[in-house]
Design a protein around this ligand. Structure first.
Ligand code: FUL
Length: 448
C-alpha cells in the first residue's frame, strides 16, 4: 500500500512538472488573436485632408473644407476588397493632422465642419454599414499624435483620446482591430504629449474586449519593424515588452521583425505596406502601383512566414479606389487562386509526431509547400527539415525555421514522389496540423 502511495505521489508530481513545463513561458493566443491570425490579408485605407493636399503628414492647420470627396462610395471599396479576397478594411479615422472622418463631439476639426455633404457626411458610418453589407470585418486607425487638437500636450488630451475611442467603438463597431500608430511629434503648441497608455489599454479592454489592439508592441498585435511587407524568418508570435514603450522606446526593428523565441507575450506581427509609394493618394503615383506579381511576392514574404498582410489602397479625391489599384488587386487575387486552388498533395494530421511522410504514389513536380502548426496551444516548432525524394533518393533538403499559423516555402520546381518533414527542434510538443504542396507559376518564385 505504502509503495502504491509513493508511486501515485510520484506520478502526480511528474504530471505537475510536465504540465508546468508546458505552461511556463508558453504564451498562447486569445480567441480574438486566433481569429485575427486566420485573416491573413486585409486592406488599409488612408483617406483624409492629405488626399486633397498631396501631403503625407498633414500639418493640422488645413481648413476643414479641404476634405471634399466628390463621389465617395464605401460600397466600392468593399466590393474591391471582396474581389481581392481581403477579409476586412482598416481606415484612418484620424491621422496625425487630427481631422476626424466622423463628426466627433471631442474635436472641431471634423467632417461636420466641412462643406462635404453640407457637414452631414460621416465616412465611418458609411464604411461601417458597407462592411456589414458585404460581410467584411472593420478596423480603425486612430492616431494618438494630433497636430490640431488644442488640448494636445496637456493631460486633458488623454481624456479626448479616450472619449474618441469610446465614440468610434460605440457608434461604428464592432471592430476586429484597433490601430495605434507609433509615429509621434509635437502638437499645435509645440508641446509633446505624455500618453496614458495604461488607461488607453484599459479603455479598449473594457469597451471592446474582442478587438485586437495593434501598436509597435501590442498589447495584441505588433508592428513588423518595416513598411515593406516583409516578416522575419524565423517569425515568432512572441515578444518581450518589459522595459519598452511605443514609438521611440520600442524594441529594435529586427526584434519586431523576428519576435522573441522565448518572449513572454503572445504578440504576432502584422505587415503594413502600401500598394503605392505613399500612404495617401497622389495622382502622380498612378503609374507606380505595385503589379499583381509584386503583390504576390509580398504575400510570400509576409503571410509566407506567418504574419498578416495589411495592404494600403488609398482612395482618390473622388473618394474611390482607382482602376490602377483595383486591377492590381484583382490580378493579385487571380495569382493566389491559380497558385493555391489545386494542391498536388494535401495532408492533415491530428497527432503530434517528429516525422511526417507524405507519399505521392507517383512522381510529380512541386515548387511550393505550405505548412500549418496548430497555434491554439502556443507556437512550438523551432526548426524543421524538408526532404524532397524521388525513387528513394533525396534530391533536395531544405532547412527551415519556424512554422506558426502558416508557413509558405518556395523552391525551384523539383520532381518528387515522397515528401518528408522532420521536426528537429521544438519548445514543447508541437502539432503540425497540415502540409500541402503546389506547383505554382515558376515566374512567381524569386530566385534565392
Ligand atoms: C506611420 C505613419 O506616420 C504613416 O503616415 C502611415 O499612417 C503609416 C501606416 O504609419 O507611422
Amino acid at each position: 500500500m505504502k509503495k502504491l502511495i509513493v508511486l501515485f505521489t510520484l506520478i502526480l508530481f511528474r504530471t505537475n512538472i510536465f504540465s508546468q513545463k508546458d505552461t511556463i513561458n508558453n504564451p498562447v493566443p486569445t480567441q480574438a488573436q486566433l481569429e485575427w491570425s486566420r485573416m491573413d490579408f486585409y486592406l488599409f485605407i488612408h483617406f483624409g485632408p492629405n488626399t486633397f493636399t498631396d501631403l503625407e503628414w498633414g500639418k493640422g492647420t488645413e481648413p476643414e473644407d479641404v476634405f471634399n470627396p466628390t463621389n465617395l462610395d464605401c460600397g466600392q471599396w468593399c466590393r474591391i476588397a471582396k474581389a481581392a479576397g481581403a477579409k476586412g478594411i482598416i481606415i484612418t479615422a484620424k491621422h496625425h493632422d487630427g481631422f476626424c472622418l466622423w463628426p466627433s463631439k471631442y474635436s472641431t476639426h471634423t467632417v461636420a465642419r466641412s462643406k462635404w455633404r453640407n457637414g452631414k457626411g460621416d465616412v465611418l458610418r458609411e464604411l461601417s454599414d458597407s462592411c456589414k453589407k458585404y460581410g467584411l470585418k472593420m478596423g480603425v486607425y486612430l492616431s494618438p499624435w494630433d497636430r490640431n487638437h488644442p488640448k494636445y500636450g496637456t493631460p486633458e488630451y488623454n481624456d479626448v483620446f479616450v472619449n474618441m475611442m469610446k465614440e468610434v467603438v460605440t457608434n461604428y463597431g464592432p471592430y476586429f482591430e484597433f490601430w495605434w500608430d507609433g509615429a509621434n511629434g509635437e502638437g499645435p503648441n509645440g508641446k509633446k504629449q505624455v500618453y496614458d497608455w495604461h488607461r488607453f489599454e484599459q479603455t479598449m479592454r473594457s469597451i471592446a474586449p474582442n478587438t485586437v489592439v495593434f501598436s509597435d508592441i501590442g498589447p495584441d498585435i505588433r508592428w513588423v519593424g518595416n513598411e515593406n511587407g516583409i516578416a522575419g524568418d524565423p517569425n515568432w508570435n512572441l515578444l518581450d515588452t518589459a522595459g519598452f514603450t511605443r514609438g521611440e522606446g520600442a524594441p529594435p526593428n529586427d526584434t519586431l521583425n523576428h519576435g522573441n523565441v522565448n518572449g513572454k507575450n503572445w504578440i504576432p506581427a502584422e505587415c503594413d505596406v502600401s500598394i503605392r509609394p505613399g500612404w495617401f493618394y497622389h495622382a502622380e503615383q498612378d503609374d507606380s502601383v505595385k503589379t499583381p506579381q509584386e503583390l504576390f511576392q509580398m504575400y510570400l514574404k509576409s503571410v509566407g512566414p506567418g504574419a498578416n498582410l495589411l495592404l494600403n489602397v488609398p482612395p482618390d479625391r473622388n473618394g474611390l479606389i482607382t482602376g490602377f489599384d483595383s486591377a492590381a488587386l484583382v490580378g493579385f487575387k487571380k495569382l493566389r487562386d491559380e497558385s493555391f486552388k489545386k494542391p498536388v498533395t494535401e495532408k492533415r494530421f491530428s497527432a503530434p509526431s517528429s516525422t511526417y511522410n507524405i507519399d505521392l504514389h507517383q512522381s510529380k513536380k512541386i515548387n511550393c509547400i505550405v505548412l500549418k502548426e496548430d497555434i491554439a496551444t502556443g507556437q512550438k516548432i523551432k526548426s524543421f527539415t524538408v526532404q524532397l525524394q524521388l525513387k528513394n533518393i533525396t534530391v533536395q533538403t531544405l532547412h527551415e525555421s519556424t512554422v506558426g499559423k502558416k508557413r509558405i516555402i518556395t523552391f525551384p520546381s523539383t520532381e518528387i514522389d515522397l515528401l518528408t518533414i522532420d521536426i528537429n527542434d521544438t519548445k514543447a510538443k508541437p502539432l503540425l496540423s497540415e502540409v500541402s504542396a503546389y506547383l505554382i507559376d515558376e515566374n512567381l518564385i524569386e530566385q534565392q
